[in-house]
Each structure stands twice: as structure tokens, then as C-alpha cells.
Design a protein around this ligand. Structure first.
Ligand SMILES: NC(=O)c1ccc[n+]([C@@H]2O[C@H](COP(=O)([O-])OP(=O)(O)OC[C@H]3O[C@@H](n4cnc5c(N)ncnc54)[C@H](OP(=O)(O)O)[C@@H]3O)[C@@H](O)[C@H]2O)c1
Length: 305
């Protein structure tokens, strides 16, 4: 990234976007944050400007993107709620891609997910696959990065597993818990995104760390890190999801979606390739044992309230 170059980051104040943005600024660049929450406090100062997504105003969106060398896209929704749907998120992202093309943006670095597939039966993974297709057909120079589960201090799933383990003596898992996942650290993901922005070659690759855990192992690892020895109970997916819904009702959030449970059980959060990121979750948990899961991280508070 050259000095004072403009990049656009969707969700520059969000989880992944914040780490990408801090790297762009450290390299002397400027960032435009496209966001659904333009009034949130700006933690970066005046080298980051802010504008609403404006998916309903494609001309304005294209105007905003003009002059940007790279668009880093993290925009997506975790679950449908009210009028917010995965189909709508696909349409919005296609609007963004077309606007970037019209504005002459040099490259798109898009954050997808492992095993995204346009024909998937799971709306999250299907939508991600459809967006990947749209990018590949757009004519833009692109890098598609496919992380599995992302961990870091602001991550929702790892944090909330720790939060539950700190509070309850038992933990419920769908089925055997033997399905696998391959977590990637948010700092590594941001490094990969910056690196991917520097080349012109079209790329599609997984962002995955060096460790693969079964879900059962992951829960036990987090439990050990926060000093708990829970009783782990394996239930059929229906009752396990009902249990997650009950907890969601108490914390006024969605703890685990049907898509996430089915994606996990189908081993969609693990890569078939070699690891692309160095940080070990086991190591990170040891270093962050004092703070992970001390508070509940609410998806609803972040995106709907
Ligand atoms: N977190 C993970 O473990 C994980 C794993 C695999 C793949 N990914 C992918 O990585 C990307 C970044 O994830 P993240 O966890 O860093 O996301 P995030 O910061 O929570 O959100 C990223 C962007 O999406 C927008 N967004 C999120 N939910 C929304 C909703 N319900 N309605 C409207 N806009 C919404 C946010 O809007 P605001 O700017 O208004 O906040 C932000 O611009 C996503 O594409 C995600 O699918 C994440």
C-alpha cells in the first residue's frame, strides 16, 4: 500500500475490518469505512472517513468508491432477521461489486468462508458461494479469502463458548462433537488480506490456522483455559439447538444458528489444503485466558440494536 492511497473497507470498525484498517493506516494509507452504523465512534481518527452502505443508491455508492485502489469487503450477515436475509445480502454485495467496477476500483479483496458453494443447501454458505461467483464474473481483479472460524478478542463464537463454560457446569454439543474446525487468528487474516491486495493475480484461498480440532476438543480446550471442567452432554441436533435457543432467549441473542450447527457437523469449517496462517488457538487461549469469555459478545447488539 503506498502512502496516502485510498482503500475502502466495509465494516472498518467491525471485527475483521478493524484489523485490516489498522494495517492500512500503519502503511500510511487512508480508508473509507462503508458501514451500516455510520454514527458509531471512529477509533482511528481523521484518516478514516465514514459513509453508509447505500446499497439502495448504487450511483452514490459508485461515487464513494471512485479513487479507491482496493475494496476490502467483509460485509455479510450471520443470520436472517426480520427483513434482513441472506438473499438480500447477496443482492447488496452484487450492487457493491458493480459499483466498484463502475468506479474503476483496482482490486477487490473479499472475505468469504471455507467451503462456500453456490449450490449449498445452507443459506449462509450458498450466499457466500453466489457472491464468489459474482466476483469471479465481474471483470474486477480479485482475491477471495476463505477463513474458517476467526478468533480474536472480539470473536463471538470462541468468546461465548468461554462465557458459557465460565457460568454453567455442563455444555451441550450436537451429536458426537467429532466434526472438525480449523480456526484462524484475526491478525493473520488481516495480514493475508493486505498481502492479497498487493498482487494483481486473481486468487482464491483458505485462511486457516495450523491446528484442527474436533468441536468436542475445542470446548474442552477452552474449558481448560478458563479453569473449568464441565460435564459435556451430547444430544441430537434438534434438542441441542433447542437448548441453544433457550440460552439465546435468556441473553437476548442468537447463540448458534441452524446453519452454523449444520455447517459444523458437515465439516465445512475445515480446509482440505495446507494451513495458511501461523497463530495457534491453543497458544492464544493460554495468553488470553484471563479475559476470554468474561463478558457475553452479542451479535444482536452489534448489528440489530
Ligand atoms: N467471524 C467469523 O468467525 C467468520 C468466519 C468465517 C467467515 N467470516 C466472514 O468474515 C467476514 C467478516 O466477519 P466479521 O465477524 O469480522 O463481521 P463483522 O465485523 O461483524 O461484520 C462485517 C460487516 O458486515 C456488516 N454486517 C454484519 N451483520 C450485519 C447485519 N445483520 N446487517 C447488516 N450488516 C451487517 C457489518 O456492518 P457494520 O459496519 O454496520 O457493523 C460490517 O460492515 C464476513 O464476511 C463473514 O461472513 C467470519
Amino acid at each position: 500500500m503506498s502512502s496516502s492511497e485510498l482503500s475502502v473497507v466495509t465494516g472498518a470498525f467491525g471485527f475483521t475490518g478493524k484489523y485490516i484498517t489498522s494495517r492500512l493506516l500503519a502503511a500510511g494509507g487512508r480508508v473509507l469505512n462503508l458501514t451500516g452504523h455510520p454514527d458509531r465512534p471512529n477509533p482511528f481518527g481523521d484518516r478514516v472517513t465514514v459513509a453508509p452502505f447505500h446499497f439502495d443508491r448504487p450511483d452514490d455508492l459508485a461515487e464513494r468508491l471512485r479513487g479507491a485502489s482496493v475494496l476490502f469487503n467483509t460485509y455479510w450477515i450471520r443470520f436472517a432477521h426480520g427483513r434482513v436475509t441472506h438473499e438480500g445480502a447477496v443482492d447488496n454485495t452484487k450492487t457493491l461489486i458493480r459499483a466498484a467496477d463502475r468506479a474503476g476500483v483496482g482490486r477487490i479483496v473479499h472475505v468469504s468462508i471455507t467451503n462456500a458453494r453456490a449450490t449449498s443447501t445452507l443459506p449462509y454458505f450458498r450466499g457466500k458461494g453466489q457472491v464468489e461467483q459474482a466476483i469471479e464474473e465481474s471483470g474486477l481483479s480479485y482475491a477471495i479469502i476463505r477463513p474458517a472460524l476467526i478468533f480474536g478478542l472480539e470473536s463471538i463464537l470462541i468468546n461465548n463458548i468461554a462465557w458459557l463454560l465460565r457460568r454453567f457446569p455442563l455444555f451441550v454439543l450436537p451429536r458426537s462433537g467429532q466434526y472438525r474446525l480449523q480456526p484462524v487468528h484475526v491478525e493473520d487474516l488481516a495480514d493475508l488480506a493486505i498481502e492479497a491486495a498487493r498482487t494483481k493475480e486473481n486468487l482464491v484461498f483458505d485462511a486457516v490456522g495450523p491446528e484442527v480440532f474436533t468441536f468436542d476438543e475445542l470446548v474442552r480446550l477452552i474449558a481448560a483455559a478458563v479453569g473449568r471442567r464441565p460435564q459435556i452432554i451430547h444430544l441430537w441436533p434438534g434438542p441441542a439447538l433447542a437448548f441453544a435457543k433457550l440460552i439465546g432467549y435468556v441473553v437476548r441473542d442468537v447463540v448458534l444458528t441452524d446453519d452454523e450447527a449444520r455447517g459444523l457437523m458437515a465439516n465445512l469449517l475445515v480446509s482440505g489444503g495446507t494451513p495458511t496462517a501461523p497463530t495457534r488457538l491453543s497458544e492464544w487461549l493460554r495468553q488470553n485466558a484471563g479475559c476470554v469469555g468474561t463478558g457475553y459478545a452479542s451479535e444482536f447488539n452489534r448489528h440489530y440494536r
